[in-house]
Design a protein around this ligand. Structure first.
Ligand code: APR
Ligand code: PHB
Length: 388
């Protein structure tokens, strides 16, 4: 088998890349380790920057997103028992964010690709990359016990944080930046009306809490917890009472449909390219979810990669491919900074003394009262402008 771009991983990065390449007449084959049902049901974050919505619209994958996505013009910061509304649209000249579950976007992109009869293989095993330092890299895998081999011109490593692409790059050629936070998020999906029409980010002496949603009847709620939190110690009653304490206000309870613990990490691998292997999305970087940036950063990488590959396959040379990593990392580090800043501002650190506590409260108070500071938050939250 042969193709122009071999794409490893059918998450948001791999699927969007495949679709945007298809729009430009560039062939690709997507391979995915898990089953279709698994990737379509994996619950992840669900907040899209204005630019992500535009990118998905231009890619032709946003029909249902426009019908069902919830447009948010603001959010609420809650601390010291009081709420402070941040008018994102007013502060950014009209920009907004949209709530749409990541797995819904994944479902839409899978359906589109399969309906078009384009190659997308699920449940592949033993995936390996060969000859990535040459102009003819190759991917091998097995499917249903049968060995497969795909000759490519370029390989896109979109296989997430635990994939095989980043580890395939010689360690001496990669620089890793890693920070693990001393807490995690306990997240639930509940059949209950959201507390408010907008998201609530709360800082409380017990720890952080976030009230978000998936629809007008499904809430998504998170609580700061220990990194090794034992979910069996969290009865539904305990979860609701802790959410009520931290979020304040009237919280409608309902059946809990799903529960899980998400680790918190900041991670960057540099550079994001090795020969003809290009990393995109979680394969290259992880952000803590406080800024809601994971999927948005994956989409931003894909935009840059598509432009570079478009040039390359049009015979216009490798200049944009050579700049891929630097262009992406410029945004990645700004988004890392923002995600780290939101995280440290809103979470409880057991080792912080009273001085650090007071400084953070002062920072929040300053933020809530300063248009300059709120503008900084808002322009990062709705998404920094793209380089192109
Ligand atoms: N071979 C093929 N596929 C693989 C392999 C492999 N060896 N290893 C992992 N995968 C698949 C995973 O099963 C997953 O479906 O690669 C896909 C990677 O998808 P994501 O983890 O969703 O990563 P990405 O597409 O970069 O999207 C980033 O996803 O993790 C969230 O919060 C993150 O929102 C962000 C977004
Ligand atoms: C979500 O809707 O799951 C979500 C929203 C905002 C965040 C994190 C997660 O910061």
């Amino acid at each position: 088998m042969r193709t122009q771009v071999g794409i490893i991983g059918a998450g948001p990065a791999g699927l969007l890349l495949a679709q945007m390449l298809h729009q430009r007449g560039i062939d690709s084959v997507v391979i995915e380790a898990r089953s279709r049902a698994h990737v379509e049901s994996r619950i992840r974050a669900g907040l899209l920057e204005q630019g992500s919505v535009r990118t998905m619209t231009e890619a032709g994958v946003a029909d249902r997103l426009h019908r069902e996505g919830l447009v948010h013009r603001g959010l609420e910061l809650r601390f010291g028992g009081q709420g402070h509304r941040v008018d994102l649209a007013d502060l950014t000249g009209g920009k907004v964010v949209t709530i749409y579950g990541q797995q819904e976007a994944v479902k839409d992109m899978i359906a589109l690709r399969l309906a078009a009869g384009l190659p997308l293989h699920f449940e592949v095993a033993d995936v390996a990359i060969h000859d990535m330092a040459t102009a003819r890299p190759r991917i091998t895998w097995t499917q249903d016990g049968v060995a497969q081999s795909l000759d490519c011109e370029v390989i896109a490593g979109c296989d997430g944080f635990h994939g095989i692409c980043r580890p395939a790059i010689p360690a001496a050629d990669l620089r890793i930046f890693d920070r693990i936070y001393p807490f995690a998020w306990l997240g639930i999906l509940a059949q209950s009306r959201p507390m408010s029409e907008e998201l609530i980010y709360a800082r409380h002496t017990h720890g952080f809490a976030l009230a978000t949603m998936r629809s007008t009847s499904i809430s998504r709620l998170y609580l700061q917890c220990a990194p090794d939190e034992d979910l069996s110690l969290w009865s539904d009653d305990r979860i609701w009472s802790e959410l009520r304490a931290r979020l304040g206000g009237a919280l409608e309870e309902g059946p809990i449909l799903q529960k899980g613990v998400t680790a918190m990490r900041s991670f960057v691998a540099e550079p994001m390219r090795h020969g003809r292997l290009f990393l995109a999305g979680d394969a290259a970087h992880i952000v803590p979810p406080t800024g809601a940036k994971g999927m948005n950063l994956a989409i931003a990488d894909v935009r840059v990669l598509v432009r570079a590959l478009e040039h390359f396959f049009a015979g216009r040379g490798e200049a944009l491919m050579d700049r891929y990593s630097a262009t992406c990392l410029d945004r990645v580090w700004k988004v890392q900074r923002f995600s780290w800043w939101m995280t440290q501002l809103l979470h409880r650190y057991d080792d912080h003394d009273d001085f650090e506590e007071r400084v953070r409260l002062a920072e929040l108070d300053y933020l809530a009262g300063s248009t300059a500071a709120l503008t900084t938050l808002a322009e990062n939250y709705v998404g920094l402008p793209y380089a192109d």
